[in-house]
Design a protein around this ligand. Sequence first.
Ligand SMILES: Nc1ncnc2c1ncn2[C@@H]1O[C@H](COP(=O)(O)OP(=O)(O)OP(=O)(O)O)[C@@H](O)[C@H]1O
Length: 517
Amino acid sequence: MTDSSDDPDTEPETPEDDSYDLSTDEQSDETRSRTPDLDDVVLDNLDTGDSDDSDEASRGLFDDLLEGEPIFENKEVLRPSYTPHKLPHREEQINNMATILVTALRGDTPSNILIYGKTGTGKTASAKFVSEELETTSQKYEVPCEVEYINCEVTDTQYRVLAQLANKFINKNVEVIDDQIGELEDLASRAREDDAVLGDAAFGSVDAIEDEIDSLTADKAEFEEVPMTGWPTDRVYSSFFEAVDYHERVVVIMLDEIDKLVEKSGDDTLYNLSRMNSELDNSRVSIMGISNDLKFTDFLDPRVKSSLGEEEIVFPPYDANQLRDILQARADVAFKGDALSEDVIPLCAAFAAQEHGDARRALDLLRTAGELAERDQTDHVEEGHVRQAQEKIELDRVVEVVRTLPTQSKIVLFAIILLEKNGVRNINTGEVFNIYKNLCEEIDADVLTQRRVTDLISELDMLGIVNAVVVSKGRYGRTKEISLSVPTEETEAVLLSDSRLGDIDDVQPFVQARFDN
Ligand SMILES: Nc1ncnc2c1ncn2[C@@H]1O[C@H](COP(=O)(O)OP(=O)(O)OP(=O)(O)O)[C@@H](O)[C@H]1O
């Protein structure tokens, strides 16, 4: 989950032009009414009653949707998987990284780097850009330097990180050995015809070449792929260690979402990686950690902390003007010439700046707005499409968060919804707890204590699903007043799609019950 702190640096920034009112209330009716009714399209055409005419019948489905000029020239450019070649407003961070990593091109070990910044601030994109440049330059100058990228959200245990790294280096070593054997075989066959070719070579005879080929083949046979489970960790570590040290090179290991690794499996991996250099003979390792959680280093062993944070680079959130530049550069490639009305980019930028300056969010908004316009069969993206896109993305987020809540939190949330739907205002924890208890009994779930339920309410508050404010009741102490922060109907529908909650038939008695307790 992203942290939407109220850090003054991340203050929402809106464009200078006051006309970009971000409120969604006045969403254009015109835009809504233009949404085609797909059911009609299909039924009108299929319901011809003439089975021989099936060709005719099926034609309408896509024809109607294809009508009109497409809006996108190249939609892929707006997808998160696309790596841009230019990263506006990240020049300073990119230069900092390059200044540190250039050491690798001189054959020395670069300092470890920790990169911080909130989600969508271009950390991964910039780090990948720098890595590609580093590898290309290293090939140009024939200095052995490699970068390995690992996403620790996916690869989140020491075993998996080391196994993945070991296998990557084993594969690279095998490639290098195969190339060398290929060259040696070629040299041997030319030497058999005319041994003058050995004049400049490092081998005095065909036999010496063949010995070298045998020795390389033996090396190759020793590399054993690490299975994804099953070995003791120290065996995985030595495989990785030997594979890295097989020949001279500088290796940069990029650990994206490094906080997830520490959260899941502690700092052992980082400890092992950070002390490797003292034992390696041929190669050198440097670590580049990327995180959007500024606090994760608090959980590190002080030695790991100081070694990992030799250099720190901060990625601040983008402001609305910077987001405009980023969006404009992508939009120029993604959309047809005049597909965007002039408010679209500033409005996407303003919405995303409000969300802690997240470029990913800005790009999502722009792409979704384009898709909604496409669905409207217009060839122009308008302000209304951006507002619709904003609502859609927000709703998708809520649906996803609610869908993946643990059952107990779902029951608590359901209790709050029932109270709101029955017109209860200023809902307090006791009221939620009473309904919650009845719901649990109805579906045979464990009943947690009121204190735990209060914690679950705080978690829902942190997720932005409910709003819980502490109010003072004078000498009666303090209580929480709870209200929903998400659309009631949609949230209820998501909760009821859970098979356990879906079993509750008649909820009215539970709400009545709150008066009985
Ligand atoms: N300066 C920029 N110019 C162009 N595109 C950018 C820029 N910054 C970010 N983006 C785009 O925004 C999206 C998110 O960027 P990126 O994945 O680098 O963010 P991040 O900081 O690593 O986020 P997270 O912490 O969530 O992984 C990507 O599609 C990226 O291409």
